[in-house]
Design a protein around this ligand. Structure first.
Ligand SMILES: C[S@@+](CC[C@H](N)C(=O)[O-])C[C@H]1O[C@@H](n2cnc3c(N)ncnc32)[C@H](O)[C@@H]1O
Length: 262
C-alpha cells in the first residue's frame, strides 16, 4: 500500500530530523566536496552583485545560506525539518551573520506569506526538490516569490540514473538509505521533464547540466575504494569542465539547472 502525501511529508521530517546531527559529517567526503565546488561556482557565476535577497529552499544545515550571507546577501532559509533549521541557525550565529538571515520551518510548497515576495533569486541544492509531490506546482509557487528576471538554481537527482536501483510506489520512490530504519521518500524527473515543468511554470531555462557522470558520489559508510586517488581527482576536474555537456548529463547522478523567472 502506498502512503499518502501527508504521511510522506511527516516521514520526511522524521528522516531529516534524525539525520540532521550527522548530516555534515556524512557528506564530508571528497566526492561531495566536488559537488559543493560546482554549486559554489554556480552561485558565484549566476548570482551577481545586483542580487540582494535570496531564498534557500530546503536549506538543510545552512551551508549555502551562510555562503550567501557572507557575500552580503539577505537570505531566507526554508526547510521542513526543525532540527535542520536549528543547526543552520547555529551555523549562522557562529559565523556572526544573524542580522542577514531568517529561517522558517515550512514545506517548500507553503512558502509562508510572512517572508514576502520579490526575491532576487532562489536556490535549492542537493536534491531538496526531490521531496515535493508536484514539481510544476512548486515551481509556480516559487515563481510567485521571485521578481521578474530572478535566477533559480537547483541540483536534483536524475531519474535516468536513479530508477534502475529503486522501487517505485505511488510516483514516490523509497530509497534504501534509511537512517535508523526510517524511509526516505523521493521523486525524480528526467532533464526533459524538468525543462518542460520550468517553461510551463514561467521560467526560461538558461542552462542544464550534470554532476557525477564520470565518478560516483561516495557517502561515508559505503566507501569501497579510495575516491580521492589522483585518477579520481582528474575525473572530478574533467567533470567540472564538462558539467554542461548534454550527453554526459544523461549519465549524471544529479542534474544542475539554471533558470530565470520570465
Ligand atoms: C539532501 S538535503 C539538502 C540540504 C541543503 N540544500 C544542502 O545542500 O546541503 C534536503 C533538505 O530538504 C529538506 N526538505 C525535504 N523535503 C522538503 C519539503 N517538502 N519542504 C522543505 N524542505 C524539505 C530536508 O529537510 C533537507 O534538509
Amino acid at each position: 500500500m502506498s502512503p499518502d502525501e501527508s504521511e510522506i511529508l511527516s516521514e520526511l521530517v522524521k528522516y531529516y530530523d534524525a539525520l540532521a546531527p550527522y548530516y555534515d559529517a556524512k557528506y564530508s567526503h571528497p566526492t561531495i566536496h566536488h559537488m559543493r565546488t560546482i554549486e559554489r561556482q554556480l552561485i558565484d557565476r549566476y548570482l551577481d552583485a545586483s542580487i540582494k535577497r535570496v531564498l534557500d529552499l530546503g536549506c538543510g544545515t545552512g551551508l549555502h545560506t551562510v555562503q550567501l550571507a557572507q557575500y552580503g546577501r539577505e537570505v531566507v532559509g526554508i526547510d521542513i525539518s526543525p532540527e535542520m533549521i536549528r543547526l543552520a541557525q547555529r551555523r549562522v550565529e557562529d559565523a556572526g551573520l544573524s542580522d542577514r538571515v531568517r529561517f522558517v520551518v515550512s514545506e517548500i510548497d507553503n512558502i509562508p506569506s510572512a517572508i514576502g515576495e520579490q526575491f532576487d533569486a532562489a536556490i535549492s541544492m542537493f536534491g531538496a526538490l526531490n521531496h515535493i509531490p508536484d514539481l510544476s506546482f512548486t515551481l509556480q509557487n516559487v515563481a510567485r516569490a521571485l521578481r521578474s528576471g530572478a535566477p533559480l538554481i537547483f541540483t536534483v537527482a536524475n531519474a535516468e540514473r536513479i530508477l534502475s536501483r529503486t522501487q517505485s510506489s505511488n510516483g514516490w520512490i523509497q530509497l534504501r538509505v534509511g537512517t535508523r530504519g526510517l524511509r526516505l521518500w523521493t521523486r525524480v524527473w528526467t532533464r526533459r521533464d524538468i525543462e518542460t515543468a520550468l517553461i510551463d511554470s514561467g521560467y526560461d531555462v538558461v542552462r542544464a547540466g550534470g554532476i557525477f557522470s564520470l565518478i560516483r558520489p561516495v557517502y561515508s559508510g559505503h566507501v569501497v575504494v579510495n575516491r580521492n586517488s589522483p585518477f579520481n581527482r582528474i575525473l572530478m576536474w574533467l567533470e567540472r569542465r564538462l558539467a554542461w555537456n548534454t550527453r554526459l548529463a544523461r549519465r549524471a547522478e544529479y542534474l544542475i539547472f539554471v533558470a530565470r523567472r520570465v
